[in-house]
Design a binder for this molecule. Structure first.
Ligand code: SAM
Length: 296
């Protein structure tokens, strides 16, 4: 029976040459993405900035509507088609100022990519799945361990993910790139009796499948995680679930995993994902998570 660790775990990203959190405060953050520096809104940074001045190449200025809108304002030239960044020995991807206020990948996921690698160890024939895979940095990280199924509802994101993998020279890896609704696809895999060694899912609060299927996290998550559980067995290694921008505690996620993973061995943990500011110990929270692991 899977054991739950009650105390929360912190997974902290300390940054690397492609990404650093330089400073934060007064509802904004100052970050470095390769050679470029940006200011973006960050409601959780309620403290004061440490640095006297933020010399950024661009800033995302939000609209009056809290959930969306706004635009980038540039102080210097920034390549509009993006620029290449890397993670680890292999992963390569394009960073770009998107209208959705982020840069086309989520650097706070770096500790998760590392953690998944540790769970897979020396496996080279693992079957893994990345649900809501977006531009596929997690998929590239998984691909060194075996076959990966990358699922995202957006044709454009999947095309970008494929382009990123090609740029990394990983286009010969056994990756299935699928433009699919995550719920429908997971359910179909259960009906087909498939199994996986590891599953990562990073669902948004709200989204739409390719045929307009509506995804609402609080409504859809129990069924989706239940399907994911059915795709794992006592020989599988992990499930990693992140949730962000939702009024919810990681205790909520762990309660769901505890119920669904009762029959499997291994450990269930939960906590926060955070990014550590460069030059200070200050931590900026980015998401909550729950994870199941079953080491060999
Ligand atoms: C925030 S991104 C995930 C980030 C990604 N895990 C990473 O680290 O780069 C959320 C993704 O969910 C996708 N999405 C939204 N609704 C979906 C659905 N119903 N089925 C599949 N993917 C969906 C979006 O297209 C988007 O790419």
């Amino acid at each position: 029976m899977a054991q739950m660790r009650r105390d929360p775990v912190l997974m902290v990203g300390e940054g690397w040459d492609a990404y650093r959190l330089l400073d934060s405060g007064h509802g904004r953050k100052f970050e470095q993405y390769g050679d470029y520096r940006f200011i973006r809104p960050e409601p959780q940074a309620m403290w004061s900035p440490r640095l006297p001045e933020w010399d950024a190449d661009g800033e995302f200025v939000p609209g009056s509507d809290e959930d969306g809108g706004g635009r980038w304002q540039f102080a210097r030239d920034v390549p509009q088609d993006g620029w290449t960044l890397r993670w680890g020995d292999e992963a390569r991807f394009t960073a770009q100022c998107t209208p959705f206020r982020h840069l086309g990948f989520f650097p706070d996921m770096a500790p998760v990519w590392e953690w998944m690698g540790r769970q897979l160890g020396d496996a080279r024939d693992a079957e893994t799945m990345n649900l809501f895979g977006y531009t596929g940095v997690g998929t590239q990280a998984l691909s060194r361990f075996g076959r990966v199924t990358h699922v995202d509802a957006s044709k454009k994101s999947v095309a970008q993910a494929r382009e990123n993998a090609a740029m990394a020279g990983l286009d010969d890896r056994p990756i299935r790139w699928l433009v699919e609704d995550a719920m429908k696809y997971a359910a179909r895999e259960v009906r087909r009796g498939r199994r996986y060694d590891g599953i990562i899912l990073d669902p948004p609060k709200f989204g739409r499948g390719p045929d307009g299927e509506v995804w609402r996290l609080e409504e859809g998550l129990p069924e989706l995680v239940s399907d994911c559980r059915q795709l794992l067995d006592a020989d599988s290694r992990f499930l990693f679930l992140t949730v962000y921008a939702v009024r919810m505690s990681s205790l909520s996620l762990v309660g769901l995993l505890q119920e669904l993973f009762a029959e499997l061995p291994g450990t269930i943990e939960h906590g926060d994902l955070a990014v550590q500011e460069d030059g200070s110990g200050r931590l900026l929270p980015t998401a909550i998570f729950a994870r199941w692991s079953n080491p060999r």
